[in-house]
Design a protein around this ligand. Structure first.
Ligand SMILES: C[S@@+](CC[C@H](N)C(=O)[O-])C[C@H]1O[C@@H](n2cnc3c(N)ncnc32)[C@H](O)[C@@H]1O
Length: 210
């Protein structure tokens, strides 16, 4: 997020998000990822990690609602969607979405997942981000450590489920990438077009959980 609010408000993506009713411009990163990898294919049970202010939850709900209509066929289908969003900070309510204010790296959070979803998840999204110190090296190491803790939650994914997670580019990312390869058949890294050029954020996409 930019430190200059006046500059932020002049940003075309920010203005577009406001016009389209999204809580943040980050919505377009998720939409870019969806266009490229179709991560939401047959996704109804969705967990969003690090959700504040909630634009990814808005996108997830739109696509899950479309999926209820789109995939009425003999293949995998659920009759309703379930979406849960979690953050350390308070998330403003969104209709039909379960919201939790909690540290996603705790055992208590895992208990919340089990009690809300009566079956395994189809998709996990993580845009969770550490509080940056400004030191790229330290921030990258801390973000990778957060990613490693979040990766544990993929045990709640169904077989063939999908996962995306925000990471920061740097040396340690290879360590995380290797761990992802143990869990998913296909692993890719991607910087969405709508991600600011001056950030080192990158998304790691895990498709087809083993
Ligand atoms: C970039 S924001 C997410 C933006 C969101 N995807 C959206 O579209 O509105 C990252 C969030 O991750 C949250 N976060 C970081 N570490 C967390 C943790 N351990 N538990 C819960 N939330 C965490 C932060 O509080 C922050 O709100």
């Amino acid at each position: 997020m930019t430190k200059n609010p006046a500059f932020h408000k002049r940003d075309p993506q920010y203005k577009k998000a406001k016009r389209q009713g999204y809580r943040a411009r980050s919505a377009y990163k998720l939409l870019d990822i969806q266009r490229k990898f179709n991560i939401f294919k047959r996704a109804y049970y969705i967990l969003d990690l690090g959700s504040v202010p909630g634009s990814w939850l808005q996108v997830a709900k739109e696509i899950a609602e479309e999926n209820l209509e789109k995939y009425k066929d003999a293949n995998y289908h659920r009759d309703y969607y379930r979406i849960m969003g979690a953050d350390l900070k308070r998330i403003s309510p969104l209709e039909d979405i379960k919201i939790i204010k909690m540290d996603i790296t705790t055992p208590e959070f895992q208990a919340e997942i089990t009690s809300y979803f009566d079956d395994k998840l189809d998709l996990i999204l993580s845009d969770a981000s550490i509080n940056k110190t400004g030191n790229k090296f330290i921030d990258q190491v801390r973000q990778v450590n957060l990613c490693i803790k979040i990766l544990v939650l993929t045990k709640f994914l169904k077989k063939k489920g999908n996962f995306i997670i925000k990471c920061f580019q740097g040396e340690d990312i290879n360590k995380f990438y290797k761990r992802m390869k143990l869990e998913f058949k296909v692993v890719k890294s991607y910087k969405p077009k709508s991600s600011k050029k001056n950030t080192n954020e990158i998304y790691i996409i895990g498709l087809n959980k083993n």
